[in-house]
Design a protein around this ligand. Structure first.
Ligand SMILES: NC(=O)c1ccc[n+]([C@@H]2O[C@H](COP(=O)([O-])OP(=O)(O)OC[C@H]3O[C@@H](n4cnc5c(N)ncnc54)[C@H](O)[C@@H]3O)[C@@H](O)[C@H]2O)c1
Ligand SMILES: [Zn+2]
Ligand SMILES: [Zn+2]
Length: 362
């Protein structure tokens, strides 16, 4: 048993608290990872708000160093890794190279491991729920299976590598893996948080000449412009659909990260003939969509989980894009010492920072 420091959610509806937990040894193909940096994703906040199988450790954008490996682990001690979502590896979607749509994705990622001896984490000696997105990395150490641990070059700063595991691969993958816009396709993103800004950077990589970012927060619109947006729209003062159509003649490709039914309906209305909208936000269970318009214009509305990524190949590709200066994530990340978890969590909840990343060595 190893003692680690973790942010543990103890009370329903509360905020995680830093406390000591115990981790067992890695078994099978698991690795024990010393977490060097971990990002806070909006999904941590929204799932924590309604999670009931407590105590629980969230965190699913861990980056760190392998310090122990199970007998069948694919990663070696000393390797730098990015932790990413879990998948079973054997269902038909995993076999087809689509692990984000694993038949067991919800159980493996959203629910955490069972609260029995199979849990890797204990609090005061008793097993607790863990394994959020195959990791539970709001901690100084985490256990993950090899499929969720992706080797990355040592040269990448862990604070920048951490969000590659979820929000960056989601935003970039929605554009480069799913929408695949042509340079002439005007691109629009609704919501310029970490996912939306990643989509903006990807649209620039794809060569899109017109890139529009919509967000009510001025600082995020400014950041979007720095990262490649050619125009921005404040939805609180503009008729967004009319403005998108005026700027672009209708979007060829669009991403919704807001998960707001009204925004999703508006996003469909802002598409040009045969345009596509990717839905990545978590929150809206239903939305009223203009079906006649979707049919008549041949529009596509497509859900996207984790950017449709196959992480073992896509995350190294993202790291290479960063190295070439094409994913300037340093502009998006704000680091906090791990001990300042409370401050980072509050800032993330309030939307004051785009991508808070906790750094353990600080
Ligand atoms: N599908 C996936 O695999 C996946 C992966 C990661 C995150 N997510 C989800 O994606 C969403 C985005 O994540 P994030 O971390 O970027 O969150 P975020 O909260 O930082 O970003 C959402 C943005 O939408 C903006 N917004 C609010 N109202 C708006 C409006 N009317 N018009 C335009 N913009 C508006 C907010 O100001 C904010 O900047 C979350 O719901 C998250 O849970 C999904
Ligand atoms: Zn599977
Ligand atoms: Zn996430």
């Amino acid at each position: 048993m190893l003692t680690a420091r973790a942010a543990v959610l103890l009370d329903a509806g509360g905020d995680p608290q830093l406390t000591d937990v115990q981790l067992r040894e890695p078994v099978g193909d698991e690795v024990l990872v010393r977490i060097d940096a971990v990002g806070i994703c909006h999904t941590d906040i929204s799932v924590a708000a309604r999670f009931r199988k407590l105590p629980m450790v969230f965190g699913h954008e861990g980056a760190g160093t392998v310090v122990a490996a199970g007998p069948r682990a694919a990663r070696r001690v000393g390797e730098q890794v990015v932790l990413t979502f879990a998948s079973c590896g054997v269902c038909s979607n995993c076999a087809a190279g689509r692990p984000a749509y694993c038949d067991h994705a919800t159980d493996l990622n959203m629910r955490g491991g069972r609260r029995d001896e199979s849990s890797a984490l204990r609090l005061d000696g008793a097993p607790i729920t863990a394994g959020f997105f195959g990791q539970s990395s709001f901690a100084t150490h985490a256990i993950a299976r090899s499929r969720s641990a992706v080797a990355v070059p040592e040269s990448i700063d862990p604070a920048v590598a951490a969000p590659l595991g979820c929000s960056v691969q989601t935003g970039v993958g929605a554009v480069l893996n799913v929408l695949t816009p042509e340079p002439g396709d005007p691109f629009v993103v609704f919501g310029a948080g970490a996912v939306g800004l990643s989509a903006v950077m990807a649209a620039r990589i794809a060569g899109c000449r017109t890139i529009v970012a919509v967000d009510p927060i001025e600082q995020r619109r400014t950041l979007a412009t720095e990262l490649g947006a050619t125009a921005t729209i404040d939805p609180t003062t503009s008729d967004v659909v009319a403005e998108v159509v005026e700027l672009t003649g209708g979007a060829g490709a669009a991403v919704d990260t807001t998960a707001r039914p009204d925004v999703i309906a508006a996003a469909v209305g802002a598409l040009r003939t045969r345009g596509s909208l990717a839905l990545v936000g978590l929150g809206a269970l239903t939305a009223e969509l203009p079906v006649a318009l979707i049919m008549g214009k041949g529009l596509a509305v497509r859900g996207v989980v984790e950017g449709d990524s196959e992480p073992q190949t896509f995350i190294p590709r993202l790291a290479a894009l960063h190295r070439r200066g094409e994913l300037p994530l340093d502009k998006v990340v704000t680091t906090y010492p791990f001990d300042d978890f409370d401050r980072a969590w509050a800032a993330a909840k309030a939307g004051e920072v785009v991508k808070p990343v906790l750094v353990t060595g600080a």
